[in-house]
Design a protein around this ligand. Structure first.
Ligand SMILES: [Zn+2]
Length: 476
């Protein structure tokens, strides 16, 4: 008989405390869970522990192994699935020493809460902030349900990312029936609410489109449908639907941002996205927009996109297994050609869009929103190259996305870059971008200062990146 005892000792809210999650397995067999779990105990009574603070995952395909909030905990028990398979429900195998704690099993996670009602939102923020988050999630779900059909209520755990004061960082993990939403404290401030709202819509959409996920880690088309689709869906929901202007602005920003990420690299957009999946968010949003035009003709952008996504989800549901191929992949066409081709992706895309009745204007310096987006992109790029800074993204001590980061095992969570070579990312993102691009070109180091002001670092850029300073304007 295998017994699993599971306990999460928590006060993750402070961030500073060390919190341990423990899984105890009484078995004659030995288990090898995923890296990060420390094995103790003795044969027949193994105890696996891990530091919850260190379980904040890198941005990418991974989901948090342990999530702890004030009233609930979710533990990824897939590493221990061997121990659980002899039970009809993993919850039956779990011995919980507290009577007021109830258990549910969702998508490989054991969700333990103090409430008897498991279908709830547990959050570490105050009542007003929690209510606001809950309202946003309800609105997003209602909106997507209308377009794509109902989904059962998920368990939603909102946990606090222990990131630096003032920096809004988010991390989402979504599976069938389960949403794990990591949010840093600054995100609930008024100024960051639009960003947070977009994040919540993005993650909510994953309840419908996570189905393409199994291939998303390796296939750029699937990744672009998955993340770009969620981005574009969030744009549609948060733009309010009154006019096409916010959508046009967002699309223009994404074209700009994608082009910025691709510029200076001689490979095709497809190859670059494959090597650097974080680019799939912006490039993917442009991709799904283009695909929805060619797939569904000249109606408005919203119905094109949702029709396409509905077809995608329906075909996957009909075969009752993950979509083998996102729509468009089986018969690659002109859209894919612009991503497969080498040369200037921005010009190719502008030409492609013009041919389909979407007017793209290329000129001038970046607009304010494009400069802001550039700021985010530069920070991401710096993060990938900086082994000394103290950030949240790409850390966890185990860089998982960029193989170049093999040596960056000492990074810890926290901090956020505020300037590059003295150029403020807030006040002068173009200057900061130029400083970064120029250093990349020459293979030089850049001095990075951080929000917490405690230290600076001098990462060396390993990529030949250049940022085009051209406005992208668009008329839908
Ligand atoms: Zn996503």
């Amino acid at each position: 008989m295998i017994a699993v005892g599971l306990c999460a000792v928590a006060s993750a809210a402070s961030g500073a405390e060390t919190t341990w999650a423990t899984v105890t397995i009484s078995s004659s067999r030995d288990f090898s869970p995923s890296p990060g779990w420390e094995k103790g105990g003795r044969p027949g009574h193994w105890v696996y522990t891990r530091d919850v603070v260190k379980t904040v995952p890198a941005e990418g395909r991974e989901y948090p192994p342990v999530v702890v909030t004030q009233g609930a905990a979710a533990v990824d028990v897939r590493p221990f699935s061997d121990a659980l398979t002899s039970h009809s429900s993993p919850c039956e195998a779990v011995q919980i020493d507290r009577r007021d704690v109830t258990c549910a099993y969702r998508s490989g996670y054991l969700v333990l809460t103090k409430s008897t009602e498991l279908l709830h939102i547990d959050t570490v923020f105050g009542r007003r902030e929690s209510d606001w988050i809950a309202r946003q999630l309800r609105r997003d779900r209602a909106e997507f349900s209308r377009e794509l059909g109902e989904k059962a209520d998920p368990v939603v755990l909102v946990y606090l990312l222990p990131w630096a004061e003032g920096a809004c960082g988010t991390l989402g993990g979504v599976r069938e029936g389960l949403m794990l939403l990591g949010i840093s404290r600054a995100c609930v401030d008024k100024e960051h609410r639009p960003e947070l709202s977009h994040f919540l819509a993005h993650e909510t959409f994953h309840l419908w489109n996570y189905i393409v996920a199994p291939r998303a880690g390796t296939d750029p088309w699937a990744m672009m449908v998955l993340e770009g689709g969620a981005e574009w869906a969030a744009d549609l929901v948060t733009s309010g639907g009154q006019s096409d202007q916010p959508l046009a602005t967002s699309l223009a920003d994404r074209i700009f941002s994608c082009a910025s990420s691709l510029a200076g690299d001689t490979r095709s957009a497809y190859a670059i996205v494959k090597a650097q999946p974080s680019i799939a968010y912006n490039c993917g949003a442009v991709y799904v927009f283009e695909k929805s035009i060619v797939t569904f003709g000249e109606s408005n952008a919203r119905s094109r996109f949702f029709s396409w996504t509905r077809a995608e989800v329906t075909s996957a549901a009909a075969s009752s297994k993950p979509a083998r191929e996102p729509t468009g992949v089986a018969s690659e066409g002109a859209v894919e050609a612009t991503y497969r081709g080498t040369g200037n992706w921005l010009d190719a895309t502008a030409a492609w869009m013009s041919a389909h009745g979407v007017r793209v204007r290329l000129d001038g310096p970046p607009t304010l929103s494009q400069a802001r987006r550039m700021n985010i992109d530069i920070v991401r790029d710096v993060l990938k190259n900086d082994c000394a800074g103290r950030y949240g993204l790409y850390t966890d001590g185990i860089p998982r996305i960029d193989p170049v980061l093999k040596g960056c095992r000492t990074m810890s969570v926290g901090g956020q870059p505020v300037s590059l070579n003295g150029e403020s990312l807030q006040a002068n993102p173009v200057g900061a971008a130029e400083a970064w691009a120029s250093a990349c070109k020459k293979g030089e180091a850049v001095t990075v200062r951080y929000l917490d002001g405690r230290q600076e670092s001098k990462p060396r850029c390993s990529k030949n990146g250049l940022v085009p300073i051209r406005t992208v304007g668009i008329v839908l």
